[in-house]
Design a protein around this ligand. Structure first.
Ligand code: ADP
Ligand code: TRP
Length: 323
């Protein structure tokens, strides 16, 4: 099994990104024969238009992944733009991609529906993602449900290239990450950068505590019991507390006679403990940014070797090499 996944550096990673995606694909580094993980900065360029921010989010994203357990001995970690072969492959794939296929993609459709102007980068976003996947002959792509359509587009594009020019690409499969890991935000809606309801994985401990204390709750009287499931505080607590702590908290909800203040305090304590080791590793890596760049450079070298071989195969297949 060759696993590949990417994440856009569009801001600090939040609990939704971690529990919904990052944690699950980092876990796969132990099962896969080969694992490739990258920071999708070319994709992020469709939304982040400030060069300093993009640079910062890119390096921070890599530091976060290392701190959260990505092991460069087990997985190849790199930055998307350090493998130019992928952009070249993207062009080969763009030719022959039907407009209608891309017009049906939700990220583009949503933007148009909101009355916003989309650029050609956003329109062709799924083709660059297809190039990302095909360049490394990935067969398993762990992604959240929101990305499944892009993997289907990738399979369509690869399938029709193979059909037209002969077997060139491996058709990948999406590995849909656990849907129950849909993380609620501080307002009870799905946690998302675009809703401004996120808890950052690596926020300052005190700031995060304050943010947790401000989470909106209902006006249930203190003496009344409450079903734990579906309550924002409880659902967040489940992610960071131990099994026995969760069982105790569930019992407290069912019994009643508690205030949300104490639940929030327990949530903040559990979150602090849960991320403590990662926070420590993050502090260590942050002090050595050049070591992080070295990891990324050696990851990119491995990734390039693989991508160059695939690109050469595709170039030969469609006749832009060997004239
Ligand atoms: P955002 O919605 O904050 O812009 P992204 O779309 O960049 O987040 O998320 C990257 C990945 O993280 C997604 O593909 C998805 O799998 C996962 N993810 C994001 N938010 C959540 C959430 N609230 N619950 C579960 N997974 C999430
Ligand atoms: N589009 C993905 C997201 O927003 C990120 C991404 C870019 C990706 N290229 C990829 C994911 C290739 C998997 C495979 O989450």
């Amino acid at each position: 099994m060759r696993v590949l996944s990417g994440i856009q550096p569009t801001g600090p990673f939040h609990w939704g990104n971690y529990f919904g995606a990052i944690r699950q694909y980092i876990d796969l580094q132990d099962q896969a024969a080969e694992a490739y993980y990258f920071i999708a900065n070319l994709h992020a360029l469709t939304t982040v238009r400030d060069r300093n921010l993009l640079r910062q989010y890119t390096l921070d994203g890599a530091i976060d992944l290392l701190a959260l357990g990505l092991d460069p001995e087990k997985a190849v970690l790199f930055v998307q733009s350090d493998v130019p072969e992928v952009s070249e492959l993207c062009w080969l794939l763009l030719t022959g991609t039907p407009m209608g296929l891309l017009e049906r993609c939700v990220s583009y459709k949503d933007k148009l529906a909101k009355g916003l102007k989309a650029d050609a980068g956003l329109f062709t976003y799924p083709v660059l993602q297809a190039a990302d996947i095909l360049a490394y002959d990935a067969d398993v792509v762990p992604v959240g449900e929101d990305q499944v359509q892009h993997i289907e587009v990738c399979r369509d594009i690869a399938g029709s290239f193979n059909h037209h020019f002969g077997e060139t690409f491996v058709l990948p499969k999406a590995k849909i990450l656990d849907h129950s890991a849909r993380v609620p935000g501080t307002d009870g809606e799905k946690m998302s950068k675009s809703y401004g309801n996120t808890l950052a994985v690596f926020d300052d401990v005190k700031a995060q505590r304050k943010q947790i204390m401000r989470i909106t709750t209902d006006s249930r009287p203190m003496d009344q019991p409450k079903a734990p499931e579906g309550d924002v505080l409880f659902d967040l607590y489940k992610l960071v507390a131990s099994e026995s702590q969760v069982a105790e908290m569930a019992a407290l909800y069912r019994r009643g006679g508690f205030g949300y203040g104490e639940v929030k305090k327990s949530l903040a304590d559990a979150a602090e403990a849960f991320f403590a080791a990662a926070r420590q590793r993050r502090a260590d890596w942050s002090r050595r940014p050049d070591d992080v760049r070295d990891v990324l450079q050696s990851g990119a070298a491995k990734a390039r070797a693989k991508a160059a071989a695939t690109l050469a195969r595709a170039q030969a297949a469609c006749g832009v090499k060997g004239y």
